[in-house]
Each structure stands twice: as C-alpha cells, then as structure tokens.
Design a protein around this ligand. Structure first.
Ligand code: MYR
Length: 131
C-alpha cells in the first residue's frame, strides 16, 4: 500500500534529470535537498496527496485514469494521469510549455517508496522512507 507519509531519503541521477528539464544549477542545488515529504491516502481509485517541501505545501486529489493539472515546484505546468499497473503507479504528464512528456512511476519496495522519472531520455529516482 502507498498509504502513509514518505520522506525523501536519497536521489539517483536527479541532478541530470532536472538539468534535462531545463532547471538552472542554483535551483537544482536547492531541489536536491528540498526535504520533500508526501502523504498519500488511497481510497479505491481515488488518491489524496499532501506534499510539503522547502519550496511549498500543497494538496492534490486525483482519480486513476482521469486527467488532472499539476504544477512542478519551479512553476512548470503539466497535465496528465496516474494509472495502476499491478502494484505500480504509472504517471504520464505533458508539459504545457513545450508539449514534451515526463513519465514517472511509484512502487513500494520493502520499506521504501521508489519514484522513478524519465524526461527526454534521462532517468532518475527518488527514494523515500516512511516518516
Ligand atoms: C502526486 O501524485 O504527487 C501529484 C502528481 C505528480 C505528477 C507529476 C510528477 C512529476 C514530478 C517531477 C518533478 C521534477 C522536477 C524537475
């Protein structure tokens, strides 16, 4: 289950990924240590996610398979969907500024939540622990 509060523990190739996203080095340095914490509440195909970091706090609701809008911490607007494939959440989000697609997955592995990201050929991961 995805339910619970998750705190980022470590990143894998996240700097390169953010660079591919066009984020400048100053913001990347801050984002690498953003203290991101997400609280996930799943009820069937409905999700409520609370996000807090050094940049902001926000809450978002989405339903699997239903398109929604989201703004990344740097203000980049995307729209897309999460779907569930087996035990994995799969997200596909299109940037409004350039039409390019960011894909992401979430899976619980042992006591960790692993979120992977892909944008224009660059893969990254952020790994969370329960907190
Ligand atoms: C949520 O489930 O937490 C809300 C929807 C998230 C959709 C987009 C996730 C991609 C975030 C990428 C951040 C990378 C910034 C360069």
């Amino acid at each position: 289950t995805f339910n619970g509060t998750w705190k980022v523990d470590r990143n894998d190739n996240y700097d390169k990924f953010m660079e591919q996203m066009g984020i400048n080095v100053v913001k990347r340095k801050l984002a690498a240590h953003d203290n991101l914490k997400i609280t996930i509440e799943q009820n069937g195909d409905k999700f409520h996610v609370k996000e807090s970091s050094n940049f902001r706090t926000l809450e978002i609701d989405f339903t699997l398979g239903v398109n929604f809008e989201y703004s990344l911490a740097d203000g980049t607007e995307v729209s897309g969907t999460w779907t569930m494939e087996g035990d994995m959440l799969k997200g596909s989000f299109t940037r409004k500024d350039n039409g390019k697609t960011l894909t992401t997955t979430r899976i619980v592995q042992g006591d960790e939540l692993v979120q992977s990201y892909n944008y224009e050929g660059v893969d990254a991961k952020r790994i969370y622990k329960r907190g």
